[in-house]
Design a protein around this ligand. Structure first.
Ligand SMILES: Cc1ncc(COP(=O)(O)O)c(C=O)c1O
Length: 404
């Protein structure tokens, strides 16, 4: 599985600089490697059986050039809002590869899908929402189920608890079965949460929803459910060869649910796994202020903070992007000092790191944050009305070879 290494990151920055891929006047840039993206998409294609629709979650990384590469690679897109449906459409994708999952779809949005996007997958979030669909809905209507399982998702991303706002709790089985008779439902959807490493909860959840799908099909033998959307949310640690790899996930699915891939069009909605390792962000260090006392840390002020890294700064999640510095004007100093890294926003908490031990810094040095491809740029916050970092999309292999 490709992961951009520190040395390559610094080299890529300078290659992009030399190739004029970003304005020299920009204070911060966001670099996204399409080679890494293709590697991740290739892993999904290689280890899942053929025919699975991988609808990559737009919310995780919504840059239009990235979406275009995903679509050009034959993959689908998962949209969490009508705006994301339009981002998907701008790539030229067929409606039949879009999955629309907003929990608050309006009548107008549903009508737009019905009139303009026949074949689109639309997952209703509740029994209440089902009332808004015409009996001859031209899209493929799914019903989101909350399978009520436990997982290792951090609590703010755990959407399979009893009080979750997503999906119909699976313990309302009679109502779900009745809805599958009353409405033109063609599939079931689940997504139990994000940030999951141990996917045993996903396996259990898929089993529960699959069992329900077969129960529905027994009652509708002439009109069986066509698809099962198993969502995303798993941070696979490898493609293969480890307990929490893509290959072992698929192996377990095939062993435990041998008929699933034949009986249903399977859909996935991975986001973070696809994007996390593909990007790095760079900011010029604008100022360095010394510590008040020798034992304390100095402060380096940079041009990205809580606006790009909302989850890192505002939440209690422990997000530790690897980071590094590069000092263009000089050889890095052999002596090290402690630094806090301050973002540019006007509130006290806008710090990205505390007490980092780094070579002695000065204004004009570069601060790099690695593995920032997921849930950063797509969450950009307009606080203080600052300009977002300049997006640089590139193929690392081509950029490096341009140096030689
Ligand atoms: C319905 C749904 N599908 C897919 C995803 C993507 O999750 P991840 O990026 O963790 O794979 C999310 C994330 O919130 C989601 O809510």
């Amino acid at each position: 599985m490709k992961v951009l290494q520190k040395a390559a990151i610094h080299q890529l920055y300078w290659a992009a600089h030399k190739a004029n891929l970003f304005p020299k006047s920009s204070n911060a840039q966001y670099f996204y490697d399409f080679d890494c993206l293709l590697d991740r998409l290739g892993i999904l294609k290689q280890y899942f059986p053929k025919g699975v629709l991988h609808a990559v979650a737009i919310k995780t990384q919504s840059n239009s050039a990235v979406l275009q590469k995903i679509v050009d690679n034959g993959m689908g897109l998962e949209a969490a809002s009508i705006e994301e449906v339009h981002l998907a459409l701008a790539t030229g994708i067929e409606a039949s590869k879009i999955v629309f999952d907003s929990p608050v779809k309006t009548r107008e949005e549903i009508d737009f899908c019905h009139q303009q996007l026949p074949g689109i997958y639309v997952n209703a979030n509740s029994l209440e929402e089902l009332k808004r669909y015409p009996p001859d809905f031209s899209g493929r209507l799914g019903l989101r189920i909350n399978p009520l399982v436990r997982s290792d998702a951090p609590s703010i991303f755990d959407v399979a608890q009893k009080r979750s706002k997503f999906g119909v709790p699976i313990d309302q089985e009679a109502a779900i079965i009745q809805a599958s008779i009353d409405y033109p439902i063609k599939g079931l959807h689940l997504h139990i949460g994000s940030g999951i490493r141990n996917f045993s909860g996903n396996i259990e959840a898929i089993g529960r929803v699959l069992k329900l799908a077969y129960k529905i099909n027994q009652l509708r033998p002439d009109n069986p459910l066509e698809f099962l959307d198993i969502g995303g949310g798993i941070d696979f640690e490898a493609a293969t060869g480890s307990t929490f790899s893509v290959a072992s996930f698929v192996d377990v699915l095939i062993k435990q649910y041998p008929t699933m891939f034949e009986d249903f069009q399977l859909i996935t909605e991975f986001g973070k796994f696809v994007h996390k390792h593909n990007a790095f962000a760079v900011s010029t260090i604008e100022y360095v202020t010394p510590p008040q006392q020798a034992s304390e840390a100095g402060t380096a002020f940079i041009h990205i903070g809580a606006d790009l890294f909302l989850r890192k700064v505002y939440s209690k999640l422990s997000i530790n992007y690897p980071c590094s510095v590069h000092c263009p004007q000089k050889k890095p100093s052999s002596s090290t000092l402690k630094y806090n890294i301050a973002g540019p926003l006007c509130f006290a908490g806008d710090f990205l790191y505390y007490d980092l031990v780094l070579p002695k810094l000065q204004s004009g040095d570069l601060f790099f944050m690695h593995q920032v491809g997921a849930n950063t740029l797509s969450l950009w916050s307009n606080h203080c009305s600052r300009t977002a970092p300049y997006f640089v999309g590139f193929y690392a292999s081509r950029l490096i070879s341009s140096l030689t």
